[in-house]
Design a protein around this ligand. Structure first.
Ligand SMILES: Cc1ncc(COP(=O)(O)O)c(C=O)c1O
Length: 404
């Protein structure tokens, strides 16, 4: 028996092809410094974890499909910090932002519809749109312009009669770009004018280093068009808790989403208890975490700027950076770092950027670096990357690579 065609055709993660090489590197005794995934090394809020461990229930029963009312009210209260006035009834708890994305796509689109997304974008968006039968129309952003939001004209050019929505990730994974209030308000005019949904993934909202974060939920003129995706995975370093949210003032969309939510019964109970307790620790926990990421970002920027042939910029948000490397092919180089290179017992794993683009050629020399390691590990990783680039670019090596 064989799997379905759609199962076979579903896009793979950009690092999928590197995983066997990473496993072989570990088996060969190399330590891998993982700059390839968005799994933070920061501790989860301690008191919140203790709350989960002291759950008094004798039976972990199904809960409400919309999520625990007390958590939804707590999230609504948290949004006040961003001047967002929202009722808890406009917030649904989901199994991570991942499910919030799926609910949004299933609720706003029919198969055959089109969605406009600036590229490079978080690679899983591709899989979710494929699952929903939606076609992505990319608008390109460029390294040279530090991945600034495309012009309004570029968005207009991408619109067709099938376009239902624009989808953004703000702050952006993979670029670490924060979109300004002015650029979001410009886009809002187009969204209103063309009667589109504006879906924005804001899971990195707490990690903005130079300017403050502005949510599309603040734009009054498009109240009915906006859907926001959120999550505790990154903000509270709780990726395994699987708690996210979808937030919209559009009643039609909420009702459709509740129908999907009922199909999967309820979001995880332990995760919801953790999430609610995390918000109580916000003021104590988040400033320190943000400071730590900012220091890592500046260190990374300094080290990368000093490497011969490497092109970089100072990311303003999230914990990612797209870097142009002086190599023939970034994927080939990332693989080589795992298979052929070792520096003081370790090597570095990065995510080649072609998987974040629809037009793969745009990311051919780019990698995404996630600064989710402590500063001493980042220092080791940068030493290793610098030595790796020098070794890779020797003529001796190129002969070897060409012979593969
Ligand atoms: C932009 C973006 N959205 C969504 C997710 C998934 O989040 P969650 O763990 O809440 O499902 C990630 C995870 O890396 C992400 O980077």
């Amino acid at each position: 028996m064989k799997s379905s065609n759609r199962g076979v055709e579903l896009s793979e993660s950009p690092i999928r092809s590197l995983i066997p090489y990473a496993r072989a590197a570990v088996a060969a005794g190399k330590e891998i410094l993982h700059l390839n995934i968005g799994q933070p090394d920061i501790r989860t809020p301690k008191k919140a974890l203790q709350k989960v461990l002291s759950i008094p229930d004798d039976v972990i029963a199904y809960g409400s499909s919309e999520g625990m009312e007390s958590l939804r009210k707590r999230v609504a209260q948290y949004y006040e910090k961003f001047d967002i006035e929202i009722s808890y009834e406009n917030i649904l708890v989901t199994t991570g932002a991942s499910e919030a994305i799926q609910f949004s796509l299933f609720s706003c689109f029919d198969p055959g519809d089109e969605i406009i997304i600036p590229e490079p974008f978080y690679a899983n968006y591709l899989g979710y749109t494929q699952m929903s039968g939606i076609h992505i129309v990319p608008v390109s952003t460029s390294f040279e312009q530090e991945f600034e939001l495309p012009s309004t004209e570029a968005f207009y050019d991408a619109i067709s009669p099938k376009t239902k929505a624009i989808f953004l990730c703000n702050p952006s994974n993979p670029t670490g770009k924060l979109y300004s209030k002015a650029s979001l308000e410009r886009l809002a005019k187009l969204v209103k004018d063309q009667n589109l949904f504006l879906i924005v993934d804001e899971v990195y909202r707490e990690f903005c280093y130079d300017e403050s974060f502005y949510s599309v939920l603040n734009i009054e003129s498009i109240r009915d068009n906006v859907i926001v995706i959120d999550s505790i995975s990154k903000v509270f370093s709780s990726c395994g808790a699987r708690i996210g949210y979808v937030v919209t003032r559009n009643d039609d969309i909420i009702q459709a989403m509740v129908r999907y939510a009922q199909l999967r019964l309820c979001p995880p109970h332990f995760g919801q208890v953790l999430a609610e307790a995390c918000y109580d620790e916000c003021d104590e926990y988040l400033p320190e975490v943000k400071q730590e990421y900012s220091e890592r970002r500046l260190y990374l920027y300094e080290r990368l700027s000093q490497m011969e042939g490497v092109r970089t910029y100072k990311p303003t948000a999230a914990f990612y950076n797209v870097v142009v490397l002086p190599v023939d092919d970034a994927e080939r180089f990332c693989k080589w770092m795992l298979t052929d290179f070792v520096y003081d017992g370790h090597t570095v794993m990065m995510a080649p950027c072609d998987g974040f683009y629809i037009d793969k050629s745009l990311g051919k020399k780019q990698v995404r670096i996630a600064y989710v390691l402590s500063k001493d590990k980042l220092a080791k990783a940068m030493d290793c990357l610098e030595a790796g680039l020098q070794a890779y670019n020797t003529s001796e090596h190129l002969v070897e690579v060409d012979a593969i």
